[in-house]
Design a protein around this ligand. Structure first.
Ligand code: AVI
Length: 322
């Protein structure tokens, strides 16, 4: 596309696909894995025997529910339990039950950009735990946090689970934590999951399962380009490839072109050429240890006050304050 026939790229998806596929080396953001199909594939990933993260975090909640909520003790008289991202609530329900049992006064607020995800979770909680006050919030995390700060001065406990922060490179993770810090008052808490460094093979297996669900998940970004941007990617002409660097703790996913080929993306008026074995970098899944988490939080004006780990030390949830 030269400047004369330059098309106005309206959506962020269009802009970022254009930028990523005209860059060298090529890349696409993992945030585009998630549409209806991608959400379903991610649900399947969380059930895989190789994908230990979800189970490890679930076990941490199960084993430590009472100790975790003891850390919220000074908020017993009233606080908002805010979750960034509305999953199926499986882990969160453990905490909600414990908070109820111990007589805490709280409102649970899941925040998500997807109305569907929030509605589903709220409905499910209404049925299963009708006594818990739930207020779903739809929007971008920090916009909603800002809105909440303007309408309420209740104490906040903000949960970010699933090692979602791991999909951000360190500089972007620091930006994210700084924004959290700005949205917090001095007594507020963050409760955040960080997947830990471990045997490199275990990490590789988690992102390269035998049944190929993760490969489908990775390739879903190409299917989305086909569907939404009128592309003609032959997804079978690409393979999923995973690497893990035990020094940096970074797992990386790629899509590798199995042959020399050209792909048209009509909505972008773009032709993309691939050499045989050329890659598209699609995701990072960062692994941490205590020192990295300490460094990230301190760089962001925050500090770790406690942590909870599963029995294998595969995964940790950290309690963080300002
Ligand atoms: C959502 N996120 C933390 C997952 C992860 O582990 O990086 C996404 C994922 N990618 C491949 N498998 C799961």
């Amino acid at each position: 596309m030269n400047s004369k026939d330059q098309k106005v790229l309206v959506s962020t998806f269009e802009k970022e696909v254009y930028e990523g596929l005209t860059a060298f080396p090529k890349y696409l953001s993992s945030k585009y894995f998630y549409d209806e199909v991608g959400d379903e594939l991610f649900q399947q990933i969380m059930e895989l025997p190789e994908y230990y993260l979800t189970r490890a975090e679930y076990n941490i909640f199960k084993e430590n529910a009472s100790a975790i909520i003891e850390s919220f003790d000074k908020y017993k008289k009233g606080f908002d339990l805010i979750e960034l991202g509305a999953g199926d609530g499986k882990k969160t329900k453990i905490l909600l039950k414990e908070l109820q049992k111990k007589g805490y006064d709280f409102t649970y607020m899941p925040i998500d950009i997807s109305q569907n995800a929030v509605d589903g979770l709220v409905k499910n909680l209404d049925l299963e735990m009708p006594d818990v006050l739930v207020q779903g919030q739809i929007g971008e995390y920090f916009e909603v946090l800002d809105r909440l700060n303007h309408i309420s001065d209740r104490k906040k406990v903000i949960m970010v689970l699933g090692s979602n922060i791991g999909n951000l490179l360190h500089p972007r993770a620091i930006q994210f934590l700084k924004k959290l810090c700005n949205a917090m008052h001095s007594d507020d808490l963050v409760f955040m999951g960080f997947d830990q460094k471990k045997h490199p093979q275990k990490v590789l297996d988690a992102y390269n399962d035998k049944t190929g669900v993760t490969a489908k998940f990775n390739k879903n970004v190409l299917s989305r380009i086909n569907k939404e941007l009128r592309g003609n990617f032959d997804v079978d002409a690409f393979m999923h490839w995973e690497t893990y660097d035990p020094e940096s703790g970074t797992a990386k996913s790629y899509l590798v072109s199995k042959k020399k080929q050209t792909v048209d993306i009509d909505s972008l008026s773009l032709q993309v050429h691939f050499e045989a074995w050329e890659s598209i970098h699609t995701e990072i899944s960062q692994k941490y240890d205590d020192d990295i988490v300490k460094w990230l939080t301190e760089e962001s004006g925050l500090k770790v006050v406690n942590s909870f780990s599963d029995e294998n030390n595969d995964y940790k949830n950290y309690l963080i304050t300002k």
